[in-house]
Design a protein around this ligand. Structure first.
Ligand SMILES: Cc1cc2nc3c(=O)[nH]c(=O)nc-3n(C[C@H](O)[C@H](O)[C@H](O)COP(=O)(O)OP(=O)(O)OC[C@H]3O[C@@H](n4cnc5c(N)ncnc54)[C@H](O)[C@@H]3O)c2cc1C
Length: 234
């Protein structure tokens, strides 16, 4: 619809694992959401399925597999171990334990090359004529603000609300879709841009890294307080 060519290859690779916590040594089990930040990489772990399973995502930088149509690839745990061997001991232990938990029936890691597009620049990228785009189809973003699905849900609510406002059975579909697009595109562009910036901060090296760490120390949990994002529509 937009003729905007293939998506942008970010150079970031997400290694993903989900496994029963019981298969990990006791000290590595966790009921907390934990983010680890390091040079050119970061990792996020959190409990799922009522705390019985652990989800772990380790994002490193490197060349993407050639086949980008297929986004879910078999991963080699040894490649990840090599890319993360200089990290702090607790995270290395977790990655090693997850890698060791693999069996022929259940490989430990899946590899997702991450792609995105630059932030959208106008309402035409969300609706044209009788066609409207929602979610990743309109505004794929890096997962560093954890908002891709959130924005898809907000798009759906906004579209539903615009369509519910029409009373005339012969309503003007393109005009309604245009209103939806005008309501949504700037917010989606802002979240896309902030997600990309978060990735740069997460993977920072040198002075930017010191600044980031000092800011986190100073602000503590307030660093996650983003009223423009979480207070939207309240
Ligand atoms: C590592 C990672 C972590 C993430 N973490 C978070 C998070 O914590 N929070 C968050 O909000 N978001 C997160 N996201 C982003 C989130 O997963 C996506 O933004 C969200 O899934 C987009 O939803 P969607 O419905 O727009 O697209 P999709 O989920 O891609 O759904 C599109 C569907 O359409 C189907 N489809 C495609 N073509 C056709 C066709 N021709 N006919 C029929 N069906 C078709 C596809 O198979 C797919 O099921 C993360 C993403 C990644 C990669």
């Amino acid at each position: 619809m937009l003729g905007d060519g293939p998506p942008r290859v970010s150079g970031h690779l997400a290694y993903r694992a989900m496994l029963p916590q019981a298969s990990l040594p006791g000290p590595l089990r966790s009921q907390q959401v934990t983010a680890w930040l390091g040079p050119k990489l970061h990792a996020v772990q959190y409990p799922v399925r009522g705390g019985e399973w652990l989800n772990l995502v380790v994002i490193v930088q490197g060349p993407a597999p050639h086949d980008l149509q297929n986004w879910d690839h078999q991963a080699n745990g040894a490649d990840l171990q090599a890319a993360t061997q200089l990290l702090c001991a607790p995270l290395c232990r977790l990655i090693d334990a997850v890698t060791a938990s693999a069996s022929p029936a259940r490989p430990a890691w899946r590899l997702w090359p991450l792609c995105d597009r630059p932030p959208i620049s106008g309402a035409r990228q969300q609706a044209q004529g009788r066609v409207a785009l929602l979610g990743d189809a309109a505004h794929p973003m890096r997962p560093y603000l954890a908002q891709g699905a959130g924005m898809a849900i907000e798009d759906a609510a906004a579209l539903g609300s615009v369509l519910a406002q029409q009373r005339d059975p012969a309503f003007d579909v393109p005009a309604l879709l245009q209103r939806y697009a005008l309501n949504r595109w700037q917010r989606n562009a802002q979240v896309q841009a902030r997600s990309e910036r978060n990735g740069q901060l997460f993977h920072a090296q040198g002075p930017l890294r010191w600044g980031r760490d000092a800011g986190m120390k100073l602000l503590g949990e307030k660093v996650m307080d983003l009223p423009w994002l979480y207070g939207y529509g309240a």
